[in-house]
Design a protein around this ligand. Sequence first.
Ligand SMILES: Cc1ncc(C[n+]2csc(CCOP(=O)(O)OP(=O)(O)O)c2C)c(N)n1
Ligand SMILES: [Mg+2]
Length: 268
Amino acid sequence: MSKKNSEEFAKKIRLKTIEMVYKAKASHVGGALSMVDILAALYSGILKYNPRKPKWNERDRFLLSKGHACTSLYATLALSGFFDVAELDNYAKDGSIFLSHASHKIQGVELSTGSLGHALPVGCGLALAAKRKNEKHRIFILLSDGELDEGSNWEAILFAPKHNLDNLTIIIDYNKIQSLGNVKDVLDLEPLSGKLKAFNWQTIEIDGHNHEQIFNALSTLPKQKGIPTAIIAHTIKGKGVDFMESKLLWHYKSPNDEDFRNAIKQIE
Ligand SMILES: Cc1ncc(C[n+]2csc(CCOP(=O)(O)OP(=O)(O)O)c2C)c(N)n1
Ligand SMILES: [Mg+2]
């Protein structure tokens, strides 16, 4: 798919995401919107997958570590053909498999997540197994910035270069906000690129809303043979809806009727 198609795709994902959060009176719309452009690019030309065969062994594995933001992943999967878009209406309903944190019961979701700090350690295992079996699929993990406060990530960040996991790529949704404050005030990550380099990762910094930059970064992997890659994607929490952008409030707040109408109008 082209960059233009991926931008159109991102718009559709944003509309569905906001609708799901609004109908379910759910949280986490800010973090769901900050990663939409990355998801759109991944599922429109980067990842190898077949929505009719979600367990196809040669598929690339995409693991969403920031499982609280699963609305935009569910929307992306539905719009990519993994299941009917109408099923998204079940999001966060009692008894539904569409849990409000990512659930592997849903076609296309590789790993249940929501307890932060787990997908990268699992991804390291998947990448190591693929290497040992000489399988060519790749592993992509999307992490949030606040999530890097979890020590489990740093153990995995130590582990991956030691095992030459160049089939592993992490994308950090660096939206600068976590649940209760700015990342730099809660537990500053800077110099983030320098830290990852010191742990022997290749790093690339991009604007996580610029589809050309996202495609360029994701389509030239690995950056160096034998070395895992970290893409630091500078993003805006709540991207696409001006009154949500970079506002801590929208980590937890759910859109009311007026917020919903205004948000949809802006994106359309
Ligand atoms: C292990 C664990 N601790 C705490 C939480 C509660 N929690 C949910 S989201 C979140 C942080 C949100 O900020 P960030 O990780 O930056 O995500 P984003 O900004 O992308 O929404 C926290 C602490 C959790 N889900 N898992
Ligand atoms: Mg964040």
